[in-house]
Design a protein around this ligand. Structure first.
Ligand code: AHR
Length: 616
């Protein structure tokens, strides 16, 4: 077969924001994942959510009697309207202890890079106890104490206490999850003491040391992919199972002790500690364009807010935009400054809802939000999630979760899309087939994705953005498979599918270069571009077949000679996947590409993505 790279016929600009990321709270992607908080159920699920002590247990020395329970009579405040009560039901002798433990999201992690933790909590006591309290990270059976600190005294009123926990270095060399966080009172204590807690919190070092920040290894994996945009907060998480349980951004900002959290649609309560400002700051840290999904009156149970009752929801979205871009003389811009970020963020893309093809009144709601947002913020680019004719659609969000074969068969999906119509945002996609709980995205699935992505890049005059979904899966809570990056509390690994995303994103050109080939179009896929900054010609080739594909002659038309370059290959067995025990089994390998002529042969290995960066 032959492959012609028509460098002498440069085409359209490649969208400068083509490859990005989409985050939503699913599979514990946020709580227990990217959001670095280590304590589970920090806010004790306020009353509205049926308060519970999930994650907590009483800690008591042998012979001591005591219990923990939810106290509804001792709320921390009007938002977090309960507290955790430790009741001392016997005398506690000197040398004995009583208190509470939390086992985190499937274990409290110790790892070599967690050299210091910030612990904080609100506490008060009655019955004559005034402290001290001992704060520790210890093994579940109590035999190892990694770090310990003391709060010298507490009072009868709730106050916030903070300590730093510094683990003994020798104890944290081997990552471990079989640990708990404890707060205890030491004897002697009398039987009528009660100690109350709320917002018990424990943070390891965070990404870029942001307070209330993100888990370093997970955030770094995203940063390493150099995403151009960051879509959040959902997905179904934006809509909520009911209107009441939508992503209400106003409840996700400010002091974490004032965030009620809400029940997410993926089977667990979200603290909303990862809230609007944390998302915005992460976009800033990534240097990524914000793609803001806004709630527009539709929930997953089919409830729609009638147009005549839409006022508060429109105000909420306009306020949200003001919180993001308003200067500090505006109400919500001032609130953002008070929350710690005086500088406005840049915002261009606002997405009206999510997957609203399942409702039957999107045309009405789209028109209302389109008009309201553009009247106040005419500079916004509006993204629709369903084709309706009630208003223009500057950008349409397409989602794809097909089985094997569909992406390769449809790599020309956008070739004939109208060039004068809406721009396209492929806001969610992944090959999704044969997925059992033991299966993550395998090499074959990754290559099907890659085949489609050659079509996205080829059509990036109209397909302006694309992002894989879902991004994250906690290995202990997989509501949706496959995901891009899997993790537990101490380790993480990228799937072959995520490596495809990573490579397409980090190796990019700015001008599309047409390619033609007589190789089997159902198996061999190709796209090229030029990077003017580095003066390279980039050729991406995908083989979705089980056999190698030999391209006897690759010709770089219009290039006389080159200075060689780099060849990066991602390949593996058809069903090969990465896992904790072998996180890099399928991962990219780069080598020098020494060919300097404009004509060469190349064999694309079975199930592979090959990227040539040819120095001109
Ligand atoms: O990515 C998982 C889900 O798929 C998203 O929440 C939703 O938008 C889509 O249906």
């Amino acid at each position: 077969s032959v492959l012609n790279v028509n460098y002498n016929q440069p085409g359209h600009d490649v969208s400068p924001i083509l490859w990005g990321i989409f985050f939503e709270e699913i599979n514990h992607a946020g709580d227990g994942g990217l959001y670095a908080e280590l304590i589970k159920n920090r806010a004790l699920s306020p009353k509205r959510h049926g308060s519970n002590l999930d994650g907590y247990a009483v800690v008591k020395s042998e012979g001591v009697d005591g219990r923990i329970y939810v106290s509804r009579e001792n709320p921390l405040n009007s938002v977090l309207d309960t507290s955790l009560r430790v009741n001392v039901d016997s005398n506690v002798a000197a040398g004995q202890r009583i208190g509470v433990s939390n086992n985190g999201y499937w274990g409290i992690p110790t790892r070599p890079d967690y050299t210091s933790y910030k612990a904080s909590f609100y506490a008060k006591a009655v019955g004559g106890f005034t402290g001290p309290l001992t704060v520790q990270i210890e093994s579940t059976n109590g035999s190892v104490v990694y770090a310990t600190a003391q709060v010298p005294s507490i009072t009868e009123e709730f106050q916030k206490y903070e300590v730093t926990l510094t683990p003994t270095p020798a104890l944290i060399q081997t990552p471990s999850l079989d640990n708990v966080f404890t707060i205890t009172a030491n004897g002697p204590l009398t039987t009528n003491v009660s100690i109350f807690f709320n917002v018990i919190s424990l943070f390891p070092p965070t990404f870029k040391n942001r307070p209330n920040g993100l888990r370093t290894d997970l955030a770094q994996k995203l940063a390493d992919a150099k995403p151009s945009f960051f879509r959040f907060p959902g997905g179904n998480f934006l809509e909520g199972a009911t209107i009441e349980e939508r992503f209400a951004w106003e409840d996700t900002i400010g002091d974490i002790a004032q965030r009620p959290g809400h029940m997410g649609p993926w089977g667990y309560y979200s603290t909303d500690g990862l809230g609007l400002l944390e998302y915005l700051e992460f976009a800033e840290d990534l240097n990524a364009e914000i793609v803001l999904g806004v709630f527009t009156g539709y929930a997953l149970n089919g409830e729609s807010v009638p147009p005549e009752e839409m006022g508060p929801y429109i105000d909420s979205v306009l306020n949200e935009i003001e919180y993001i871009i308003g200067n500090t003389s505006t109400t919500w811009g001032a609130r953002r400054a008070a929350d710690g970020h005086p500088e406005p963020f840049n915002l261009t893309y606002v997405e009206i809802g999510n997957e609203d093809w399942i409702s039957n009144d999107y045309h009405l709601r789209y028109a209302i939000f389109y008009d309201s947002i553009l009247a106040r913020y005419p500079q916004m680019e509006i993204i629709a999630t369903q084709v309706v004719d009630s208003r223009p659609i500057p950008v349409i969000d397409d989602h794809f979760y097909p089985g094997f074969g569909w992406f390769p068969d449809n790599h020309r999906y956008y070739d004939n899309a109208p060039r004068n119509g809406s721009k396209i945002f492929v806001g969610e996609y992944a090959t999704r087939d044969n997925i059992s709980p033991e299966e993550y995205a395998n090499t074959a699935a990754a290559m099907d994705d890659a085949a489609f992505m050659t079509g996205i890049e080829r059509n990036s005059d109209i397909v302006i953005m694309a992002c894989y979904a879902p991004l994250f899966g906690h290995l202990n809570n997989l509501a949706w498979q496959p995901d891009g990056i899997y993790f537990n509390g101490v380790q993480s690994f990228a799937t072959p599918a995520w490596w495809v995303q990573h490579l397409f994103s980090v190796i990019r050109g700015d001008t599309y270069i047409p390619t033609t080939s007589d190789a089997d179009e159902q198996k061999f896929f190709h796209v090229a571009s030029r990077n003017s900054d580095t003066n390279t010609l980039i050729l991406k080739m995908v083989n979705t077949d089980q056999n190698d594909i030999q391209i006897e002659t690759v010709t770089l038309e219009g290039v006389t000679s080159t200075r060689g370059g780099t060849l990066t290959v991602l390949t593996g067995g058809r069903w090969d996947q990465n896992e904790l025990a072998e996180p890099l089994r399928v991962s990219p390998k780069s080598q020098a590409f020494n060919v300097t002529s404009n004509s060469f042969s190349y064999t694309a290995p079975a199930f592979s993505l090959s990227i040539l960066e040819i120095q001109l």
